[in-house]
Design a protein around this ligand. Structure first.
Ligand SMILES: C[S@@+](CC[C@H](N)C(=O)[O-])C[C@H]1O[C@@H](n2cnc3c(N)ncnc32)[C@H](O)[C@@H]1O
Length: 298
């Protein structure tokens, strides 16, 4: 059966309550981290202008224009109070051999872990994956935080999906110390994943603030689910989990309460002809956004 994509608009809690028990193979969520800020991404473009304030090559003048911006609030009075009922739903809708991934940061990770241990059982906690990146300003007063935390819980720690052979391989740090064959094959990742953030001007960039890299999410999808499975992300944002799922023959259900997220997903995931629930996207599918275009991958 061909994979399907369902996109829901609205607060995720009442939507989650409509889903049957044990109906998803994998749940991945990346809730707003409670940074206390409004997450905003502004798209800018530099254009030639004789009165511009920037001087470039051969003395030509340029000015910067703002193309638009997208934002969502990352402020909750009580983050855990908001999250707890949603985590309970995540547990309920997960199949008996399903896996749950919570993408969070160091400010909340330990509170979430205590909460999840109580819900899933401590033995269901299998890994804390550290996604390490190196981007942006450095602190002069403490070690700069350059990582996110991804907590992995298996509903049944005796029966879960871990496709060791499906993992992407990474280069050895000292390839000269291993044989040629091993060096060419690369090694499997550990629980520390070095990966760049989504580049500001890279082709993957949707313009949505806090968009996560496809490489990170695809590794989770390939290693922890099988073709034909159904995956859900109920803080979907730009729909990275949806793209990772569909690229790998899994179906996806995505939920977000921000109309800007809906429009980004409409453009990004048009190739999968999503079924919309509670939203009519204004964006028309752009054939150039077809991410299944195989020519790109060759
Ligand atoms: C950190 S972003 C997710 C980014 C996403 N992983 C990506 O790669 O683009 C969190 C998202 O949760 C959404 N959100 C926050 N509260 C929500 C709620 N109660 N119901 C549904 N979505 C919510 C926000 O609109 C935002 O898009």
């Amino acid at each position: 059966m061909l994979p399907t994509l369902d996109i829901y608009f609205g607060d995720n809690l009442p939507i989650l309550r409509q889903f049957a028990d044990e109906s998803f193979d994998l749940v991945y969520i990346d809730p707003p981290f409670n940074t206390g800020k409004v997450q905003k991404h502004t798209r800018i473009e530099t254009v030639r202008d004789k009165d511009g304030d920037r001087v470039g090559f051969q003395g030509k003048r340029y000015k910067t224009i703002t193309l638009g911006s997208m934002a969502f609030e990352d402020v909750f009075d009580d983050f855990l109070k908001m999250l707890e009922p949603r985590l309970r739903e995540a547990y309920r809708i997960l199949k008996p051999n399903g896996s749950f991934f919570l993408h969070i940061d160091y400010r909340e990770a330990h509170y979430c872990r205590v909460l999840l241990d109580a819900m899933f059982g401590r033995e269901s906690f299998l890994n804390e994956i550290i996604w390490a990146y190196d981007f942006g300003a450095r602190s002069r007063s403490r070690w700069s935080a350059k990582h996110d935390n991804i907590l992995w819980y298996a509903k049944n720690p005796e029966d879960y999906v871990f496709n060791y052979d499906e993992m992407d391989r990474i280069p050895y740090m000292a390839p000269g110390l291993v044989g040629k064959e091993k060096a060419a094959r690369g090694k499997t990742p550990t629980d520390v994943w070095w990966h760049t953030i989504v580049a500001t001007n890279g082709s993957e960039r949707t313009g949505y603030p806090t968009q996560k890299p496809l490489g990170i999410i695809e590794r989770i999808v390939k290693t922890h689910s099988r073709p034909g499975d159904t995956l859900v992300d109920f803080f979907a944002g730009s729909g990275t989990l949806g793209e990772a799922a569909l690229r790998n023959e899994r179906s996806a259900v995505l939920i977000d309460n921000n109309p800007e997220a809906m429009e980004v997903m409409a453009r990004r995931l048009a190739f999968a002809c999503p079924k919309w629930h509670g939203y009519e996207p204004a964006s028309q599918p752009n054939p150039q956004m077809n991410l299944f275009d195989k020519s790109e991958e060759q």
